[in-house]
Design a protein around this ligand. Structure first.
Ligand code: SAH
Length: 216
């Protein structure tokens, strides 16, 4: 669609991402192509192109678009990468990732969220995403290791067992800090000798909780 025919809210959406410093063209394109309005509750559709987090089922949230774009950019994805996401939520972040890498495994502890995210991703033909009901603190050994890991729920610290699932030169991004209040987005890179850590920006995420949720 020529730029002039784009609905104004989508133009503002792109403009805002650029203005806030997102410059990776592939990330901007993925953000443009994935319809965020299909990942929010029907009542919130009109607000889907605003740069804010919104409530979804099970008391969880779909992240703010800027944060999704920023975390994706910081992952420095390549086409051949296999990516793990902890915290599927609506499936929006997974859909963005799916456009930029070979394969995405995304894990969610609520069955309701995992099921609805899977249905949305199938409808959008994000065929390289697998949605798994499970606990991100206990990734099955059979799932293998990953080139990139993105955690979209707040962890008090990054479990060593999770960092160990990174391939050499792999990158992990996670919000780290207290469950209530502000966390810091941390970027870990697996190097020859261990891990290099860089603190990026302050963020607010819902907590990462252990175990599969007992409620649906
Ligand atoms: N990435 C999502 C938003 C994530 S909200 C999106 O694009 O919409 C954080 C999600 O992490 C919630 O759905 C929550 O249920 C899930 N979560 C929290 N702890 C978890 C754990 N241990 N394992 C898997 N998912 C978890």
């Amino acid at each position: 669609m020529p730029t002039s025919q784009k609905p104004p809210e989508k133009m503002m959406f792109q403009l805002n991402l650029r203005r806030r410093g997102i410059s990776d063209q592939a990330v901007l394109r993925a953000m443009e192509e994935i319809p965020r309005d299909q990942f929010v509750a029907a009542a919130d559709r009109a607000d889907a192109w605003r740069d804010s987090a919104l409530g979804i089922a099970c008391g969880q949230t779909i992240s703010q678009p800027f944060v999704v774009a920023y975390m994706t950019e910081q992952l420095q994805l390549r086409r051949h990468h296999r990516v793990l996401e902890i915290g599927t939520g609506s499936g929006y972040q997974a859909a963005i990732l799916s456009r930029l890498c070979r394969q995405v495994l995304t894990i969610e502890r609520y069955r309701t969220l995992a099921d609805s995210a899977r249905a949305r991703l199938e409808k959008l033909r994000c065929d390289n995403v697998e949605v798994m009901l499970g606990d991100g603190f206990d990734i099955p050994a059979g799932a293998g290791d990953f080139d990139r890991i993105i955690v979209t729920a707040a962890m008090e610290q990054i479990p060593d067992a999770l960092a160990q699932r990174l391939e050499p030169e792999g990158v992990l991004i996670a919000p780290v800090g207290p469950h209530q209040g502000t966390q810091t987005l941390v970027r870990l890179v697996r190097t020859g000798g261990g891990f290099e850590r860089k603190d990026l920006v302050d963020v607010r995420f819902v907590p990462a909780l252990p175990g599969i949720a007992r409620e649906l």
